[in-house]
Ligand binder design. Structure first.
Ligand code: AGP
Length: 611
């Protein structure tokens, strides 16, 4: 959950590091710091957001150099203070180290160092690693070998970068269960938590695998495993450019990314539907026709996308599908076999809970498929196969366009398996394919209601609690809408299956209680529309303020809703992709109306890379 950048090359490191940290700040923003080697090693680090560090570097400049590391933090051990900020120093200030992750056995290692007389300045686990590398560096006089000796003793998850004043022109990195990628330049090289760290300078990248150590100089990149064996890292090309990672004139990354939701669906579909058949590059559905069970594992918004996918996959491919929260999955010792397909859904591809669940699933013999939005990320590389969503970089902590892209990818998966195993109704599948292809245009129509939703949010800026109801594929949308309101507006929000209302939640209804209702189409094949309209009548009778998200022209809703946000006529599986967008917009606008940080909400980080 931290942002990490390393650089060696002819440029001034400060500019490279601060630019990279700026595009990684969504990974954590409790504090930030840089360490740069010029005539000697110099460090500046401050609690607070990156701008605080920028201000510090103006007020108290350091001598720029051509070797450096930078870090933006999401605190795990120790409060977000200047002292606990990274980089951490050792060897009399000649060595600097930055860390993303958690070193689980840091206490015993710290005791060992203290017994040898090492003095600590911070409360962090990361500083322990700094002193350990310094100790080994004195033994080996080789930064790479020093790192290798240290990582052999660490338990937990870590990405470490280290520089030493006596080894100018060298940055050494190591990773276990935490992200690190290499950017290949001409006469310069980069390291980063993800490609956003260096996409401004190069689109040529290398993926570093589990338990590997990388040493970069301006002209050379060397990778070894923790046993010292040489490794050839996997190359890949970054397909988006730096402008995609910038706001592009929007008021926030979230506003920009909501506007990109149509493109996220279109780009995820692109090239994968040929003559009504789903064909996904690098993915062979016929290898899955003996699969007798699918378990979708994910966290947060990705889990709600998975829940939408469950309905579709079961209906089309006629295979039992469960959705499990990653962090619950592996601890209940699930009964799975080699005919179980574990589908992980993750925007970042680095969520530790999901990564550890995938590794567990592989250990017990299940097959694994990753649906991921980040090329070169760890979870796809730990999976048997991957279907990339093509939503482009998602910088705002609250996930929006990745969600609609994840649902789209799950639909493509369901259709592909159904077409391969022959269990799907070809007419139904053909209709779904057509509807999917029409979805981006329908999403553009939904976006036209943005101003009206903004006005609604402003009226409701003092709302303290919101309920959301949905049925069938609308139920996960109610859950996703509730999560967005929690994350962005910091209010109590709860999503319910509409059918659950009379089993308890209706007790929450009192005059003025705001309730969003995702209304199924009147043409819904399960006739759920009438049931949900009844729910609306039931809550209105008790004084609720009802905001209905309903199909354009749905006359049955009008008499009972205070507000109706219309969505285009679409088939029941397309509706959730359309209905979620007004909820994304509303949550963003409610947060803005309350003067809150839309892109970097309090306490959150974009990628939860610790368990
Ligand atoms: C969504 O708005 C949140 N930021 C969070 O729930 C997120 O979806 C979850 O942490 C999973 O992240 P991932 O998709 O990168 O695995």
């Amino acid at each position: 959950m931290c942002g990490i950048v390393g650089y060696v090359g002819p440029r001034g490191s400060q500019e490279v590091l601060l630019g990279g940290l700026g595009r990684l700040e969504y990974r954590g923003y409790d504090s930030a710091g840089v360490a740069i080697i010029s005539a000697n090693l110099q460090t500046r680090k401050r609690s607070g957001k990156l701008q605080t560090l920028r201000d510090e570097l103006v007020a108290n400049p350091l001598d720029d150099g051509h070797t450096g590391i930078g870090h933006t933090r999401w605190a795990t051990h120790g409060a977000p203070t200047d002292v606990n900020a990274h980089p951490h120093l050792a060897d009399g200030g000649k060595l600097a180290l930055i860390h993303n992750g958690i070193i689980e056995n840091f206490a015993e290692l710290k005791a060992e160092l203290v017994a040898e007389g090492t003095e600590f300045t911070s409360e962090t686990d990361s500083e322990v690693a700094a002193h350990m590398v310094a100790r080994e560096y004195h033994r080996t006089s080789n930064l790479t070998e020093a790192m290798r000796a240290v990582v052999a003793r660490l338990d937990g998850a870590f990405t470490l970068l280290v520089v030493h004043e006596d080894s100018p022109g060298v940055v050494v990195g190591a990773r276990r269960n935490s992200p690190l990628v290499i950017g290949l330049g001409k006469g310069e090289n980069f390291l980063g938590s993800d490609v956003a760290a260096f996409v401004e300078y190069t689109s040529d990248a290398l993926a570093i695998g589990q338990d590997q150590i990388v040493t970069i100089t301006k002209d050379d990149v060397t990778v070894i495993d923790f046993d010292g064996n040489s490794v050839t890292p996997e190359p890949f090309t970054v397909t988006w450019d730096v402008s995609a990672a910038d706001k592009g004139g929007w008021s926030s990354f979230m506003a920009k990314e909501i506007s990109e939701e149509p493109a996220a669906v279109a780009d995820t579909i692109r090239g994968r539907i040929k003559n009504g058949e789903v064909q996904i590059e690098g993915f062979e559905p016929s290898a899955l026709i003996d699969v007798d069970r699918i378990i979708i594992i994910a966290c947060g918004t990705a889990a709600y996308a998975g829940l939408v996918g469950k309905y579709a996959l079961e209906q089309w491919a006629r295979i039992p599908v469960d959705v499990e929260l990653s962090h619950e999955f592996r601890y209940r010792e699930p009964v799975i076999s080699d005919r179980t397909l574990i589908v992980s859904v993750s925007q970042s591809g680095e969520t530790m809970d999901t990564l550890m669940a995938v590794k567990y699933a592989r250990e017990v013999g299940a097959r694994t498929l990753s649906i991921c939005n980040t090329q070169g990320a760890t979870i796809p590389r730990e999976s048997d196969a991957v279907i990339y969503t093509h939503a482009g970089p998602e910088v705002a902590v609250a996930s929006t366009k990745a969600f609609v892209a994840q649902v789209t990818a799950l639909y493509l998966l369901g259709i592909a398996i159904a077409q391969a195993n022959g269990k799907g109704d070809s007419k139904v599948l053909a209709a779904v394919v057509r509807d999917l292809e029409a979805t981006p245009a329908m999403l553009e129509t939904v976006l036209l209601h943005g101003e009206r939703i903004k006005t609604l949010a402003k009226w409701m800026a003092d709302t303290q609690a919101i309920l959301l109801l949905g049925r069938h594929v609308g139920y996960p949308i109610a859950l996703e809408g509730a999560l967005k309101l929690k994350e962005l507006a910091y209010i109590h929000a709860e999503g319910f299956a509409a059918g659950e209302l009379k089993h308890g939640p209706i007790a929450l209804i009192e005059p003025g209680q705001v309730v969003f209702v995702i209304v199924p189409s009147p043409r819904d094949p399960h006739s759920l529309h009438a049931k949900v309209v009844s729910n609306i009548q039931e809550i209105r009778a008790r004084g609720a303020r009802v905001i209905a998200i309903a199909e354009q022209g749905d006359a049955a809703v009008l008499p009972y809703a205070d507000e109706v946000i219309p969505i285009p006529l679409a088939s029941s599986f397309i509706e959730p992709i359309l209905a979620v967008v007004p909820l994304h917009i509303f949550a963003m606008e409610l947060a803005a109306a309350k003067g809150l940080d839309v892109d970097q909400p309090r306490n959150l980080a974009k990628s939860v890379t610790v368990e």
